[in-house]
Design a protein around this ligand. Structure first.
Ligand code: HEC
Length: 158
């Protein structure tokens, strides 16, 4: 009898242990599922962002090899027109511009520089940024050449 109770106890314990194990396994599987779903959603979102060219005069930008002279020129224009609100390493009045070209298309970036007023009222990404930063990105009246030079400078920072 003693042995029977003991073995029954053992079986019950094993049963619960395995149940617990199963629960745990399910939990782990669900966690992994959630993480994978999140990653996929992020990837889809990021791809969507990169496909967005924004609203403005720029419809296509060809990025060839880095043009160091153009980047130097862009650096100067950036210094006078952008540093009041932007830094590369950290958020300031506007977003940190580090890694910008990994999250935005070059066309979108140029349209943001050239046509910020329309961008922040009509473009979904820019509207979201305005909501987050609560300051309007200034229109610095740049020429397309200025904006292209700044874009080249930004490429050196990526
Ligand atoms: C008066 C401050 C101000 C100035 C000057 C300014 N910006 Fe902005 N910028 C912002 C703000 C604020 C945002 C976020 C959108 C918004 O709230 O309008 C932004 C957004 C951006 C974005 C989008 C960033 C992202 O994470 O997608 C880029 C690119 C950008 N600015 C580039 C520039 C460049 C280049 C210049 C210089 C030609 C410049 N900005 C000048 C304030 C400024």
């Amino acid at each position: 009898m003693k042995i029977k109770i003991l073995s029954l106890l053992t079986i019950t314990t094993l049963f619960f242990a395995s149940c617990g194990g199963e629960e745990k396994a399910k939990e782990v599987v669900n966690e992994v599922k959630e993480e994978v779903t999140e990653n996929i959603e992020e990837a889809v979102e990021a791809t969507g962002d990169m496909a967005n060219i924004g609203i403005g005069p720029i419809t296509s930008v060809e990025l060839g090899d880095l043009d160091a002279d153009l980047a130097d020129e862009g650096k100067e224009i950036y210094k006078t027109n952008c540093t009041a609100c932007h830094k590369f390493g950290k958020r300031y009045i506007g977003p940190a511009l580090e890694g910008l070209l990994e999250r935005r298309s070059p066309e979108w970036v140029m349209n943001m520089m050239l046509n910020p007023k329309e961008m922040i009222t009509k473009d979904p990404i820019a509207m979201e940024l305005l909501a987050e930063y609560s300051t309007q990105m200034a229109d610095q009246q740049l020429s397309e050449d200025d904006a292209r030079a700044i874009l080249e400078f930004i490429r050196t920072k990526d």
